[in-house]
Design a binder for this molecule. Structure first.
Ligand SMILES: C[S@@+](CC[C@H](N)C(=O)[O-])C[C@H]1O[C@@H](n2cnc3c(N)ncnc32)[C@H](O)[C@@H]1O
Length: 373
């Protein structure tokens, strides 16, 4: 019998050790994710989250015995999610860690060519190891490589001693010039000397100390929901499956950009050495009201054809007018038979969104809960 309290508080079980895996922006509080799944679904039900982020909803669903399916477009969020649902075995990850580490000296010259930011952020030993990992880890296709890569992502930057970098924030990577100037101003121009093997081994020991979480049939797809949902609809029709809980939190209009905030982690995954503004759809801070509306309308419209008529729709969003009103209107249109309850969720403590986003007094979140009962 699973004790949810042991998962959302403390680190006594494998499920609790992996539950918070991955610093991400605007993530669900863990206790909230478990509460919603417990209250609005039953064991064996099907749950979907088309904007999964680091997959707390899907993890709660899987740990509580629900078939759970997520979709996430950002590879950083996706990796955290997919790994915590099914981490590779510790010994295989350690073997791979040593294999990658043994290749580091091929990257001596490459380190010398790296832009100043990287030389100030990481000591040579770490930077060589990161360049080898970036080149050789097949994180998209291989479970062991995905697990090792996701551990590297978690500790890629953070406070001194907590990450492999010079002093930085953990959740969000600051810009190149900002960081260089900040390090100069605070006399931190020399990165900390870290042995990457010792450092990562300690992190692996802690994470695996209680084992691997038991997660029931749950997956997260790396992709764009407007595309992936078509395939899911087809598969669900063929298998005669209906989802009983749609539990999600869409991006908030004009608040954050999940790509530029994660630019350094995206670099490690093979992206550009310098943060670039993205032109691709859904990879920017949403600034066009029309595009934002179209995305939500498309995704919730497709989800409507997947859910059971007695399903619950649980959507957490930003309470600012445009995001909230559009979301509510779209949900009413696609779920006309459902009754709606609105719950105000003022921030309990200062969140990342509040600190870096717009900190107007209207800030806070709001839950839209729709059901037939
Ligand atoms: C508010 S966050 C979700 C956070 C999540 N509830 C958690 O606990 O981590 C919204 C997420 O939607 C993702 N997203 C935006 N457009 C998307 C799309 N077209 N398809 C799939 N995911 C998308 C963003 O990358 C972001 O991770």
């Amino acid at each position: 019998m699973i004790n949810v309290k042991d998962i959302v508080k403390g680190f006594k079980t494998p499920e609790s050790r992996w539950a918070r895996f991955g610093p991400y922006y605007a993530m669900f509080p863990l206790d909230f994710a478990f509460e919603v799944v417990e209250q609005y679904s039953n064991i064996g039900d099907f749950i979907i989250d088309p904007f999964a982020g680091r997959s707390s909803s899907i993890y709660a669903g899987g740990v509580l015995g629900r078939h759970s399916l997520g979709i996430e477009i950002n590879p950083v969020g996706w990796l955290y999610g997919t790994v915590k649902l099914q981490p590779a075995g510790k010994s295989e990850v350690i073997c791979r860690l040593f294999e990658i580490y043994s290749k580091r000296n091929y990257y001596k010259k490459a380190v010398e060519r790296m832009p100043l930011f990287y030389r100030m952020c990481y000591c040579d030993e770490v930077l060589k190891f990161l360049l080898a990992s970036r080149k050789h880890l097949d994180w998209e296709n291989d479970c062991v490589d995905a697990t090792l890569m996701s551990i590297l992502l978690v500790y890629l930057h953070g406070k001194l001693g907590e990450g492999m970098s010079n002093k930085m924030m953990m959740t969000k990577a600051m810009g190149i010039n900002y960081s260089i100037n900040w390090w100069k101003k605070h006399n931190l121009t020399t990165p900390p000397e870290i042995n990457p093997i010792d450092f990562i081994m300690k992190k692996l020991d802690w994470r695996y100390k209680k084992g691997i979480p038991a997660v029931f049939d749950s997956h997260v797809i790396l992709g764009d929901s407007t595309i992936e949902l078509d395939k899911i609809i087809q598969d669900a029709q063929e298998a005669d499956i209906r989802f009983s809980l749609l539990f999600t939190s869409p991006p908030y209009f004009s608040v954050t950009n999940y790509y530029s905030d994660q630019w350094l982690r995206l670099w490690l995954l093979g992206g550009s050495e310098i943060p670039k503004s993205r032109k691709e759809k859904y990879k920017t801070r949403f600034s066009s009201k029309k595009d934002y509306y179209i995305l939500l309308n498309n995704v919730f419209g497709k989800c409507a054809s997947l859910v059971d008529k007695n399903s619950t729709i649980y959507v957490r969003t930003d309470r600012r007018d445009f995001t909230f009103n559009s979301t509510l209107e779209i949900l009413h249109n696609h779920f006309p038979q459902h009754k709606t309850e609105i719950r105000d969720r003022p921030f309990r403590k200062r969140t990342q969104t509040e600190i870096y986003g717009n900190s107007s007094v209207e800030n806070g979140e709001i839950d839209i809960i729709m059901s037939r009962k």
